[in-house]
Design a protein around this ligand. Sequence first.
Ligand code: NOJ
Length: 556
Amino acid sequence: MTATDEPLDREWWKEAVVYQIYPRSFNDSDGDGIGDIPGIVEKVDYLDALGVDVVWLNPVYESPMADNGYDIADYQSIHPEFGTMDDWETLLEELNNRDIRLIMDLVVNHTSDEHEWFQRSRQGDPEYEDYYYWREGEPEEPPNNWESFFGGPAWSWDDEREAWYLHLFDEKQPDLNWRNPDVREEIHDMMNWWLDHGIDGFRMDVINLISKTEGLPDGEHGGGEHFIGGPQVLDYIGEMVDETVADRDVMTVGEMVGVDAERAREYVAEGGCGLSMLIHFEHMGVDTGHDKWDLQELDLLELKRIIGEWQHTLAEDGWNCIYLGNHDQPRGVSRFGDDGEYREESAKMLATFQFTLQGTPFIFQGEEIGMTNTTFEDPEKIRDVEAQNFAEMSLADWGDDYAEDVQPILEDMSRDNARTPMQWDDTEHAGFTDGEPWIHVNENYDEVNVAAARADEDSIWHYYRELMDLREENDVFVYGDYEIIDREHPEVYAYRRTLGEEELLVVCNFFENEPQIEMANLDADAELVVSNYDVDGIPGDKVLDLRPYEARVYRQ
Ligand code: NOJ
């Protein structure tokens, strides 16, 4: 029950906790070194024990795997490495039997160049010729100056059609032409096919890139102004929602590049185009400089500013998705916490932060045991196309040295950090596979693993469980209003959540230092509902002395 008189705008997906599974790295059932769907089925009881409500499955579709499945060759079949459609049906059923829902990844800004549509398009088949962005010209000069998110030009020359095609990501990921109504209809049909199979929604890959400025003109800074939130993006997404999910009780999570909170309202607020929430990138920039590879010290005041903007702007209308890591980011604890001496404390602090903001928490596999970044002393260990491109450019074009210049950057920022196998136990390959894993296992698996974490009552794993219980039992965690406390404090992020008479006070020390913070509104008899350290009581002067990465949540 809530302590407010106002009826809450309840939705199951607001109250849910989402768990993201990167299938290649989750659990391998057949010893080929690659995680698969039967491997996930083996772990549904684990997900149930952890207490999550929704699984977001990264792509498992037919794919040549140039970008680990984000290059789809057939939207309606399962890649044999991952299993079969029957395996997928079993997974859905086993999850649903445990009241866990399933959302699928929808990757429709681009396909694989091995998709039949592209094959026919490059042959000039009249039905498909306009499914992608093609431009005539000279093979030496791309049609415009747009740049790929993975580095280099966003255009490749195709010898067969003797024309250029656009790819905002890898050259094996040609962009679909959303101006073509046939393309849109094919996508809507495909989405309805999956929805009819009983899924509970989609996470929509880079969905605000689907509209490009007419004429594809040159741009500044890689051309982003012509394809990020392009001219028809709201129409296309609105139409897609109307044609697929509008009358179904499902969740839709749009992944969006370059969107701020105000712009987000156009997608998720009343009168917008009907998505439930967005995965945005604003807070992923609080510790980087000129680009994603340039890691800097965390700017906590900037984090407060950004989170505050999103909390306030979507408070009345709209909803937030709260994440600190995923398959595209380094490990959250290594990046925003400390993966050395204070790994446990800082992982718990970050979890406290994530579960006490207004929004739906997304846990990335392994976060619940505090999995960390890994090492790349040998370039042979690199798997990710983005990291590979970066290393190549750095070595060839800028003349850098691998060990000195490239390796430390990869160890901080490469996407491969998040993709090392899930660490189940301390047996060989961390219990992930009986074969040779497709990517190396993090060397700390003998210490950081699920079996050890579940056996230790004080572990990060049990702390997550506790936070999930609290969130489930107290509406104020989910629906409470957010208000910052001591905005200028350089090390401590503190805030209040209120819902009617209920109030939470949250205090998170983001650093290894031992700062103080005055919590003037803290009642002497406030209840400490969760903390990552033992706490002695509330001092009379309301000044809290915090230990490294300490987090506390009081209820009053
Ligand atoms: C975002 C996905 O999360 C990422 O893994 C992928 O490389 C790009 N979109 C392209 O699909």
